[in-house]
Design a binder for this molecule. Structure first.
Ligand SMILES: [Mn+2]
Length: 291
């Protein structure tokens, strides 16, 4: 990939960065980083290994996108690696993720975060909302994540969108692909607190129109995909969208003012074939080209 960091060594060396994400930090328009935290996973942990698997497997992916007829832009994105996050309760880890995103934003760059479990989106979106009070949030997921609390915990992967709603308020969150949640969560959506589009990605075009030129944070829980295409995740949920449906939905967001994004919940060890990691990688490539 690149050998810029080994100027004294005469042969090209592979780095552990995601392919083509080797812009000098000062020149980068976007900053890719991993938030390998899965401390509140209620079913199957392991998403902490997602970012490293994606970097490793990116060696097998082309930088060219035939969908967008564009290359992953050279010298525009910097992969700064994974944050070192403390184990255990979420407080200190979330604090550190928030610090990282604030720093990236104050440097005038877009954060692109790889989870980790979905709770890592909370400090990232909070930091973006501090900067853009009119922030809108687009959320692709199998799960509503709108619980007020889960097993007595207010900070959990199962409550993350509710905590984000606490900050951004009514009418600022659009959800797609949702097919799992409690009666209360679906009632919360029906009351108009969030715009929930269940089961598929229909409604993306309408959301784009409603959002207009307002700033957008995009959070993609990869379990929105059907487990037949993406089994490598902590809480697989049958009845999901296909890779192509999700890709087409994401490409419809092209005109939006997306100020930050994340891809979360790849738990690579649950899919020994490696296909789930390949799916996540390809979506990340398309996302980075689009941004
Ligand atoms: Mn989910």
């Amino acid at each position: 990939m690149d050998h810029q960091d080994q100027p004294d060594f005469p042969l090209p060396m592979l780095s552990l960065r995601f392919m083509a994400c080797d812009a000098p930090y000062a020149d980068a328009a976007a900053v890719l980083f991993g938030a390998p935290y899965d401390g509140t996973a209620s079913f199957r942990p392991g998403s902490r290994f997602g970012p490293a698997a994606m970097r490793q497997e990116s060696l097998g992916l082309e930088t060219y996108s035939p969908y967008q007829d564009r290359e992953l832009p050279e010298q525009k994105i910097r992969d700064i690696g994974d944050l070192e996050l403390p184990m255990g309760g979420p407080g200190p880890a979330l604090e550190r993720i928030g610090q990282a995103v604030r720093r990236i934003l104050s440097d005038g760059k877009k954060p692109i975060m790889l989870g980790g479990e979905h709770l890592v989106s909370l400090p990232a979106i909070t930091a973006c909302h501090e900067r853009w009070p009119d922030l809108c949030v687009l959320h692709f997921d199998a799960h509503a994540d709108l619980r007020e609390e889960y097993l007595g915990e207010r900070l959990s992967h199962a409550t993350v969108m509710r905590r984000i709603w606490d900050r951004v308020g009514d009418g600022r969150i659009w959800q797609f692909g949702i097919r799992s949640g409690t009666t209360d969560e679906f009632a919360f959506a029906r009351a108009g607190r969030v715009a929930m589009h269940p089961f598929d990605c229909d409604g993306v075009a309408a959301a784009v129109e409603q959002i207009g030129c307002r700033p957008v944070y995009l959070t993609v829980d990869l379990d929105v995909l059907d487990p037949s295409e993406f089994p490598g995740t902590g809480t697989p949920e049958p009845g999901g969208v296909t890779f192509l449906m999700l890709l087409k939905a994401l490409l419809q967001l092209q005109g939006l003012n997306i100020i930050g994004a994340d891809l979360v919940e790849l738990a690579p060890h649950y899919d020994a074939s490696g296909v789930s990691t390949a799916v996540a990688l390809k979506l990340l490539r398309e996302l980075m080209i689009m941004l």
